[in-house]
Design a binder for this molecule. Structure first.
Ligand SMILES: Cc1cc2nc3c(=O)[nH]c(=O)nc-3n(C[C@H](O)[C@H](O)[C@H](O)COP(=O)(O)O)c2cc1C
Length: 300
């Protein structure tokens, strides 16, 4: 059986990415109810609200769900303690070294997957004791490694070294589940403003920038006047995220940076989370049956 499904307990190997303020109970429960795995974010740093969202999930879905702990943004030990003790069985860690969370999470029998942008970070995470890897190439949205490696290369390079399950959008080169962020930001149940959803739908393949490569956090975001200026200047002002909620929920696309991956160019309309999950699964079976018939006929 697919190891990611064994670890998550979900029906389908489709995972909704953690996203500050966005990955809360309305979106996460819609993904869970469609058979995928919803993840509740804690990167907003709003401990009480995140705890409430985790509790709400139990009212909105009977399916299992996960929680993300991003090391760079974790300021509150209470958040970690709550996540360890709340009964959730699947946690993803990101943006830092997972080693310091492994002991407490494992003491509560939690499965831990860590998000990695390089082979080196993958080896370090596996050595620290994680159960699986979210392999995040440079084309994805949100926080990025400034040294860009594409998902296709990363998956194959990591698979050469370790045998833990990998999550990414490419089963053919060894991934066992897909994690989607931008696609679900733009879906019907996503809480963000229509302007943000439309900007994702309108984006072309070249419609995003990698910003702030010489500092931290390095991010991938939609092209706007504001992000063009940051791109030209090379450095992102420290207060850039201060007004992120005005962009996310107020719809002012110049108030901050609209995180999104190159996958935005593949998104043509707003769909429900259930349609996104269904189409992903149907697409997977179509491609695998095409590959299967190629293999069985031994011809191209
Ligand atoms: C709006 C947005 C916010 C994000 N916030 C987080 C976050 O809080 N923590 C995290 O680990 N990753 C975050 N990410 C990255 C996602 O986990 C994931 O790697 C990325 O969305 C995958 O690429 P895709 O957007 O093309 O699907 C974010 C991505 C987006 C688009």
């Amino acid at each position: 059986m697919n190891r990611v499904l064994q670890h998550t307990g979900s029906k389908y190997p489709v995972i909704q990415a953690p996203m500050g303020w966005i990955a809360r109970s309305p979106l996460a429960s819609a993904v869970c109810n469609a058979g995928g795995l919803g993840i509740i974010e804690t990167s907003s740093g709003e401990t009480e609200n995140c705890i409430r969202e985790i509790e709400k999930m139990r009212e909105l879905t009977d399916a299992p769900f996960g929680i993300n702990l991003p090391l760079l943004f974790l300021r509150d030990e209470n958040m970690i303690k709550f996540v360890a003790e709340c009964g959730v069985k699947f946690v993803t860690t990101s943006a830092g070294n997972p080693a310091k969370l492994i002991e407490i999470l494992k003491a509560h029998d939690i499965i831990v997957y860590h998000a990695v942008p390089t082979v080196k970070s993958a080896l370090k995470a596996v050595e620290a004791g994680v159960d699986g890897l979210i392999v995040e190439g440079s084309e994805g949205g949100g926080f990025k490694n400034p040294e860009e490696v594409s998902t296709l290369v990363l998956l194959q390079a990591i698979r050469d070294h370790v045998d833990v399950p990998m999550v990414a959008a490419a089963f053919a080169v060894g991934a066992e589940a897909v994690q989607m962020g931008t696609r679900l930001v733009s879906c019907k149940e996503s809480p963000v403003h229509p302007n943000y959803k439309q900007a994702i739908i309108d984006a072309e393949d070249t419609g995003t920038y990698v910003l702030n490569k010489k500092s931290t956090p390095c991010i991938r975001a939609l092209k706007t006047e504001r992000t063009s200026k940051i791109f030209e200047e090379g450095l992102m002002p420290a207060d850039t995220f201060k007004h992120i909620q005005d962009l996310y929920f107020g719809g002012d696309m110049e108030a901050s940076v609209g995180l999104a991956g190159q996958s935005a160019s593949l998104i043509k309309e707003q769909k429900s989370a259930a349609d996104v999950v269904d189409e992903t699964i149907k697409g997977f079976w179509q491609i695998s049956s095409r590959m299967g018939s190629l293999a069985s006929s031994s011809s191209f």
